[in-house]
Design a protein around this ligand. Structure first.
Ligand code: SPV
Ligand code: MG
Length: 435
């Protein structure tokens, strides 16, 4: 093969094993090899958070035998490197013919056809040892000290992040792994929200702080065990200040990234009941004390205590909401969550505008359950940093389960429900692989 030919392949280069080395050597035999090292964000979006930073991984890749050049690759798609380098060959394992990478491959083929480049695919060989290595890397990526600070880092990097609710290991996996491809870019949720409503509902209990902290911790641990993305806990009212300091320490220790506590006292009811449920708002000094004591209990600068302002929910007005938000930030809150149960987003928009006029930096969180028409891009323009989809997996999963149960009762057999609502048995058996 002529040494003048040029070759491109992209890698994560986080856990390098013999399979990578082999494919790199084969690629280098085709010509002068440039390796695109995927950014941290890209690796996180299709696999898991990398153990090493992009700069480190670029250093590793540039030291590998056969690699002539290394470039940073900002998208999983090949448009940027192929347009810049116009390599004669792109090299990849043939595993991307199926699954979520299929559209990346198709785009790559289209780009190569534009200038007459060629795709060279090497057969992908499944290897149990590499799978075990990847499982170990995933376990490593989920250790508390690596996981906790990811929320802050992602917010700093992206400006706006999204969280999907998770209420057990399985929904944690959905929040972790669901991906869609759009114009060569993979979209995923950035983190997960452990909702009090969904955690309670899953346990068949009302959302009134009845599910105790030990039980909430079990849910958190169950999710953490199988995921790597940052987690925000719905901490309800945070309980007594004397208890909250212990809660904060426990959450921080196990790698949760943030807790959101709401400024209510007494019997807490879900905010979406509004004033109908006779809920009581805490007074400002008392809630500020809870925040500052929580803050004092922290051992790291990574964990975030986010204060949730319930003034709009409890119809106390915009001035009250703003006064509280600024007081809570002053008391040490790293973020403010503003909530509303109106369908129209106007009052939330007004809050965001007026809050941002005085405070450009504090993290702003919204939970657009009622005002669900606003897009993430619009939230970003309005200065919001975190959008939480707070209850959507349980709200979609429950009706499907109920319909299945009703259909079996009605038909006195399972065939109709199987066909209408159930995934095939062989798919459920392998949904969670062993090992
Ligand atoms: C939850 O998900 O439990 C919340 C958000 O607290 S909301 O239900 O909108 O109050
Ligand atoms: Mg809640």
């Amino acid at each position: 093969m002529s040494g003048k030919k040029t070759v491109f392949m992209s890698i994560g280069a986080d856990v390098i094993h013999g399979g990578h080395i082999e494919i790199i050597h084969r690629a280098a035999e085709l010509g002068e090899l440039t390796v695109g090292v995927l950014t941290d964000e890209v690796v996180a979006s299709y696999k898991r958070h990398p153990l090493l930073t992009c700069e480190e991984r670029m250093k590793i890749a540039s030291g590998l035998k056969g690699v002539a050049h290394v470039v940073q690759q900002d998208d999983i798609g090949y448009a940027a490197p192929l347009r810049a380098l116009r390599p004669d060959y792109v090299v990849h394992g043939d595993d991307w013919r199926e699954g979520f990478q299929k559209p990346v491959r198709e785009e790559c083929l289209r780009l190569l056809a534009e200038y007459g480049g060629e795709l060279v695919e090497f057969p992908y060989s499944h290897n149990d040892e590499y799978d075990r290595l990847e499982a170990a890397a995933r376990a490593q990526a989920s250790i508390p000290d690596l996981r906790r600070g990811r929320l802050r880092r992602l917010i700093e990097k992206k400006g706006l992040i999204t969280c999907m609710e998770a209420h057990n290991g399985l929904t944690g996996l959905i929040a972790e792994k669901t991906a869609v491809m759009e114009n060569g870019v993979i979209r995923q949720f950035d983190g997960m929200w452990v909702s009090s409503l969904c955690d309670s509902t899953t346990k068949g209990k009302p959302d009134i702080e009845l599910v105790d902290f030990s039980s909430r911790m079990n849910t958190i641990n169950e999710i953490m065990e199988v995921t790597t993305k940052p987690m925000i806990l719905d901490g309800d009212t945070g309980g007594l200040t004397e208890h909250f300091v212990y809660t904060v320490r426990s959450l921080e220790r196990i790698g949760v990234s943030a807790v959101i506590i709401e400024d209510k006292i007494g019997l807490k009811r879900n905010s979406l009941f509004g004033t109908e449920a006779g809920q009581q708002q805490d007074d400002i000094p008392n809630f500020c004390h809870k925040i500052s004591e929580g803050r004092r209990a922290l051992k790291t600068s990574e964990f975030m205590i986010i204060a949730r302002v319930e003034s709009l929910i409890l119809e106390q007005g915009m001035e009250d909401a703003l006064e509280r938000a600024f007081a809570y930030v002053q008391a040490g809150a790293s973020g403010i969550m503003i909530h509303s149960r109106r369908k129209e987003p106007d009052e939330i928009f007004e809050f965001c505008r007026r809050f941002r006029e005085r405070d450009e930096n504090t993290v702003l969180v919204v939970v657009p359950t009622s005002f669900n028409t606003v897009t993430e891009d619009e939230w970003k323009k309005r200065g919001v940093n975190v959008v939480i989809y707070a209850n959507h997996l349980i709200r979609s999963g429950y009706p499907a389960m109920q319909k299945t149960a009703e259909t079996i009762l009605r038909c006195r057999r399972a065939k109709e429900a199987d066909e209408a609502y159930c995934m095939p048995i062989n798919e459920i058996l392998t949904l969670i692989p062993e090992g």
